[in-house]
Design a protein around this ligand. Structure first.
Ligand SMILES: C=CC1=C(C)c2cc3[nH]c(cc4nc(cc5[nH]c(cc1n2)c(C)c5CCC(=O)O)C(CCC(=O)O)=C4C)c(C)c3C=C
Ligand SMILES: [Fe+2]
Ligand SMILES: [Fe+2]
Length: 334
């Protein structure tokens, strides 16, 4: 390293920040909090790609009048002493990575909808001295409705700053060997601990409208590639499906509920379900898959059903996040 002239003050070491971002969640499992959350989430034009003049009356009418109460009941079934599972796991991921990445690196977390909000956390990181920040949307598969809108919010926060930190964004990691290895390892371990041998593994990804795929969103291709790579690593056959359909438009198929019934009807009576597209367990996995999915499968004649957890804050998942984050920090850290 070249040394500075003696008259030059010592330069402070750059402080690097990593901001983990996930979707967001209501502040409480009650209708009012769910309504505030859904209003912000479903008003995002990256999420519902309809002209406001058509969509806002539907959202403020039918959707926000009925869905909050129903969703609040679902949230209540999975709520934890630490709050919403998505928030609790994301917080744990941030704390664990902060410890792993060491002293010169600050790891924080934010939610795209609700709190802690991306702009608040970016400002707090800057106030702590971070002048280089990696924004890491924790979605392995890129989707404009998740990854792009998280990055948009970070860029919008910078747009309001006179003195901006330098920003990088984490690319999608749907086909990264570190991610596929972590999934395969966790699945094998979880399957080994079951009291039955699954005949099939169903990999259920969050859905999106079919029209979004036709407009060029890579999400569907990314999900297919993850499923293919993961399937090649496992000794049990893997099938793919898409869950959480919202609204009347056609969504990606096959739908998870249809696939669960189909497997049971075909005599595939013992299955394990995984959700590789979610970096943390949340309403969509714990309620829709582990509770309702199980009911659907057993009602259709299935015998054994196991829901296998997301990577959450398991060591393998944290190893994977540390690997892909360190790679993006190259040039910023030694
Ligand atoms: C993992 C990727 C996700 C994609 C892609 C996605 C797209 C998408 N979602 C909706 C509507 C809803 N999603 C809801 C919850 C929810 N969605 C994701 C992830 C993706 N969504 C997560 C992690 C969660 C869970 C949040 C939690 O608090 O645990 C909900 C809210 C719950 C409910 O009322 O059912 C809605 C609504 C759309 C329209 C969409 C479009 C591409
Ligand atoms: Fe740290
Ligand atoms: Fe969603």
């Amino acid at each position: 390293m070249t040394s500075l002239p003696a008259s030059h003050p010592p330069m402070p070491a750059p402080r690097v920040g990593v901001l983990l971002v996930n979707l967001g969640t209501p502040e409480a499992a009650e209708a009012g909090a769910v309504r505030r959350y859904l209003k912000q989430f479903l008003s995002d034009k990256r999420v519902v790609e309809l002209p406001s003049i058509l969509w806002q009356p539907i959202l403020r009418g039918a959707v926000l009048r009925t869905r909050p109460r129903k969703s609040a009941r679902a949230y209540a079934q999975v709520w934890t002493p630490e709050g919403s599972p998505l928030l609790a796991f994301t917080r744990r991921q941030a704390f664990a990575l902060d410890a792993r990445l060491g002293d010169g690196i600050t790891v924080a977390f934010a939610m795209r909808y609700g709190r802690p909000a991306i702009d608040e956390v970016l400002s707090a990181m800057q106030a702590k001295g971070c002048d280089r920040i990696l924004v890491a949307p924790l979605y392995p598969q890129y989707c404009a409705a998740t990854t792009a809108t998280a990055n948009d919010a970070a860029f919008a926060a910078l747009a309001a700053m006179r003195w901006q930190p330098a920003l990088r964004t984490l690319p999608p990691y749907h086909d990264d060997p570190a991610y596929i290895d972590a999934l395969a390892g966790e699945i094998e371990q979880a399957v080994g601990a079951l009291d039955f041998k699954p005949r099939a593994i169903l990999a259920s990804f969050h859905g999106m409208p079919q029209r979004t795929l036709e407009k060029g969103d890579p999400y569907h291709c990314h999900c297919q590639k993850t499923a293919r790579l993961l399937g090649e690593r496992l000794s049990i056959p893997l099938t793919i499906s898409f869950q959480s359909r919202f609204g009347r438009a056609k969504w990606l198929e096959p739908a998870t509920d249809t696939m669960l019934a189909k497997l049971a009807k075909e005599g595939i009576n013992d299955i394990a379900v995984v959700a590789p597209g979610f970096s943390a367990d949340c309403l969509e996995t714990l309620e829709e898959l582990a509770i309702r999915g199980r009911e659907q499968f057993l009602e259709a004649g299935g015998r054994n059903f196991a829901y296998l957890p997301c990577l959450n804050d398991a060591e393998r998942g944290l190893d994977m996040l540390e690997t892909i984050i360190r790679r993006e920090l190259a040039g910023w850290i030694a």
